[in-house]
Design a protein around this ligand. Sequence first.
Ligand code: HEC
Ligand code: HEC
Ligand code: HEC
Ligand code: HEC
Ligand code: HEC
Length: 218
Amino acid sequence: MKQNLLIVLLVILAFILVVLAQQIKINLPGINQGYAPQQPLAFSHRLHSGDLQIDCMYCHSGADKSRHAGIPSENVCMNCHRFVTAGWDKIRIEDERAQKEKRPPQPVVSDELKKLYRAAAFDETQMKFKDKPYSGKPIEWTRVYNLPDFVFFDHRRHVNADVSCQKCHGAVETMEKVTQVPDLTMGWCVNCHRDVNNGKIPELKGKYASISCTVCHY
Ligand code: HEC
Ligand code: HEC
Ligand code: HEC
Ligand code: HEC
Ligand code: HEC
């Protein structure tokens, strides 16, 4: 009897270990190719960078100045969304309806932008920022790209050497939801550095990118 119980317990323990091991592997940064997490607000790069052609640096202004490209704060969004409260299509539909019904058009506020207004402490019924004691709670975007802590990566070095964002992040301007394109392995970094040094990347000819361990690992 006792022995049977022990076997059952061991089997359960082994099962838990396998599940844990898988979890750890899945969560290990650096091997999440294709990762495209659901974001708390449906922000579309396809719309903003593709259709509206807003420059990447307008929102990711750290990219040529620091290690991190950075995620824009709500203030940056509010430069436009203080005035633009919904997609043009929805606004046009309301305008046409109002014209037919011979009444002034109602303001249209999209559900997604309501989330932004809550975060920015903006009152969309008055179209103004709320007075002081109200403060928004920043949108908690889910990180897509993530290197392990023991790797040193610096945006500034790459961006100032004219390595395009797309070379590393793919065609973000076509993405409804950001997807991790490269696998972010050491091989990915080192192979590009080698290709640069061998003149295999035409637009980066003449540049030199070190492949010594210490530039990427302190
Ligand atoms: C209007 C502002 C805006 C513009 C313009 C913009 N982005 Fe973004 N970007 C964001 C926001 C907000 C997020 C966080 C939410 C998300 O991941 O979609 C983000 C996330 C990202 C991420 C994922 C970051 C992570 O979590 O690892 C990448 C990569 C990125 N942007 C690259 C670009 C590139 C390349 C361009 C130009 C083609 C661009 N972005 C233009 C606002 C912008
Ligand atoms: C040489 C490859 C490379 C280039 C070029 C590059 N990135 Fe990145 N980017 C990365 C890597 C790698 C990470 C993850 C960094 C980390 O985890 O520390 C990242 C992370 C990000 C993030 C997440 C937040 C942050 O700052 O870490 C954003 C946003 C981003 N990149 C936007 C951009 C934009 C916009 C450009 C162009 C102006 C750009 N990147 C150019 C490789 C690149
Ligand atoms: C330079 C101006 C500008 C900036 C900056 C900007 N947007 Fe927009 N955004 C627009 C315009 C214009 C539209 C409507 C475009 C259309 O319908 O064709 C829009 C549409 C949207 C929509 C879709 C609304 C709907 O329901 O259809 C969302 C969500 C959104 N933006 C979120 C954001 C967030 C979050 C930020 C900041 C990270 C941001 N925007 C920054 C101009 C901007
Ligand atoms: C698309 C090609 C490309 C990819 C991918 C790439 N790099 Fe680079 N990297 C370069 C170029 C080009 C330079 C040289 C920049 C210059 O001329 O200053 C460079 C320079 C560097 C430097 C500075 C080296 C020095 O001599 O001080 C570091 C550190 C670095 N990269 C780390 C990384 C890491 C970490 C990754 C992967 C996460 C990566 N790079 C991915 C192209 C790339
Ligand atoms: C251009 C940047 C770059 C250079 C140069 C580089 N590495 Fe790495 N290394 C990385 C990145 C990014 C990772 C994390 C991704 C991964 O685990 O594949 C990594 C991971 C590692 C790991 C952990 C491997 C694992 O499976 O978790 C070791 C060990 C390592 N590197 C050793 C070295 C040694 C030794 C050298 C010199 C011969 C070196 N690296 C040169 C970028 C670099």
